[in-house]
Design a protein around this ligand. Structure first.
Ligand SMILES: Cc1cc2nc3c(=O)[nH]c(=O)nc-3n(C[C@H](O)[C@H](O)[C@H](O)COP(=O)(O)OP(=O)(O)OC[C@H]3O[C@@H](n4cnc5c(N)ncnc54)[C@H](O)[C@@H]3O)c2cc1C
Length: 371
């Protein structure tokens, strides 16, 4: 169900669970409600959820009359100089954010044995899969091997680094370039990396810091709600993150000495980066420079509307996912994660959604039919 642009009907105060509104045009709603606040305040929606993802959840989708009052009070304290509509928009957008991010290193492999990629093979592979469920289509594709290791504190039970391996066949230059561009690398870097596949197979290894200490931020770009937000990744604002990457690189290079890597002729592919080439290749200074130049997102931002106790000034929602200081507004998506889980975020988000749905049902006295 989505919020219409029309003025909502007066609330009878007896809405059923069906009246719970899934937001679909949150910015307009915020401004509309704020405008209405200046005039006659109609009774508003009783319970609203924002499920718009990490940047969208930095704004409050739409809120009840009481919620507006509470939020207004809260936001006046936050910044008395800002006009009311903008204050609503800003209610959570200044909160700190957590990011998950990665570096990648390109390796050439199988130089003497690599067979060039042949598009015709795809048809053969597809038939093989249909007939025997074997071959390329029986695999999970480019990203076949993942690992978790502990680099910073070897005695800890929990990993701090995720390793993701992307494999490309000789000749798949375009695929490598596409991968690089998809993570936001500039063209010279993407073109240079793609060259690795000219004469050999390629392994691109992503090292992902699962416990970044540097924290990003999402800000408003302007008072126009249609404007894109400004995202500040703040990579390496805490230098401990650099150190973790350096240790992870050194640890990963240990694999190069193993029998399997030796057999596959795995070697680092040098990507020219003028600033880094001032340093001796493979020195610590070189890799620190490389990390700074190649760091990218790995698409797992969370924490824009962090869940936490009242004692935490950064917390936006409580343990029932309700926005603090409001009575009927919930955020149910990845943005409520107080810290990044040490892994990918999709499955945890689904669990948040399951739990959030239960909270809403609980509030409305909904019981499964067979209870
Ligand atoms: C390129 C990429 C690759 C990823 N790969 C993986 C992976 O391999 N494994 C993994 O676990 N995780 C992965 N993730 C992360 C995962 O997708 C997210 O953590 C997860 O989807 C977050 O869920 P969410 O509900 O918080 O936000 P989203 O999934 O972003 O959902 C937000 C929804 O709100 C909608 N929306 C936004 N604004 C409005 C509006 N104004 N009105 C109405 N609707 C609106 C959007 O269209 C969207 O459908 C990846 C993410 C990206 C971007």
């Amino acid at each position: 169900m989505s919020i219409s642009k029309e003025k909502p009907p007066e609330s009878s105060g007896t809405e059923s669970p069906d009246d719970v509104v899934m937001d679909s045009s949150f910015e307009n709603e915020i401004f509309r409600f704020a405008e209405e606040k200046v005039g006659i305040i109609p009774k508003k929606l009783k319970n609203v959820m924002s499920i718009c993802g990490f940047t969208s959840s930095t704004t409050i989708s739409s809120i009840s009359t009481e919620d507006i009052e509470n939020m207004e009070q809260y936001m006046r304290e936050l910044d008395p100089t800002v006009a009311p509509p903008l204050r609503i928009y800003m209610a959570t957008s200044k909160r700190v954010r957590y990011y998950l991010w990665a570096i990648n290193i390109v390796f050439r492999m199988d130089e003497s044995t690599a067979v060039a990629f042949n598009p015709d093979e795809i048809t053969k592979d597809f038939l093989a899969y249909l007939e025997t469920h074997t071959g390329y289509f029986a695999t999970i594709g480019t990203v076949q091997t993942m690992g978790y290791i502990n680099v910073g504190d070897r005695s800890s039970k929990y990993p701090d680094t995720q390793i993701v391996h992307f494999f490309f066949q000789k000749g798949q230059n375009a695929n490598i370039k596409a991968l690089y561009e998809s993570i936001g690398h500039i063209e010279p870097l993407a073109v240079a990396a793609a060259k690795a596949a000219e004469n050999s197979n390629v392994l691109i290894v992503f090292l992902i810091n699962l416990v970044p200490k540097s924290i990003g931020q999402v800000d408003l770009h302007s008072a126009d709600p249609a404007d894109q937000p400004r995202i500040f990744a703040n990579y390496f604002s805490d230098e401990a993150d650099l150190d973790l990457y350096l240790q992870a690189i050194r640890l990963y290079f240990q694999f190069l000495k193993t029998k399997t890597f030796t057999k596959h002729e795995v070697e680092i592919f040098h990507i020219p980066i003028p600033d880094c080439d001032l340093f001796e290749f493979d020195s610590d200074e070189y890799w620190i420079c490389y990390v700074r130049h190649t760091i990218s997102t790995c698409f797992h931002p969370v924490g824009t509307t962090k869940m936490g106790p009242d004692s935490d000034p950064e917390a936006v929602v409580d343990c029932k996912l309700k926005v603090k200081g409001t009575t009927g507004l919930r955020v149910i998506d990845a943005s409520i994660m107080p810290v990044i889980p040490r892994g990918n975020t999709n499955a945890p988000t689904m669990m948040i959604a399951e739990k959030g749905a239960d909270f809403v049902k609980e509030d409305y006295g909904f019981r499964p039919k067979d209870e």
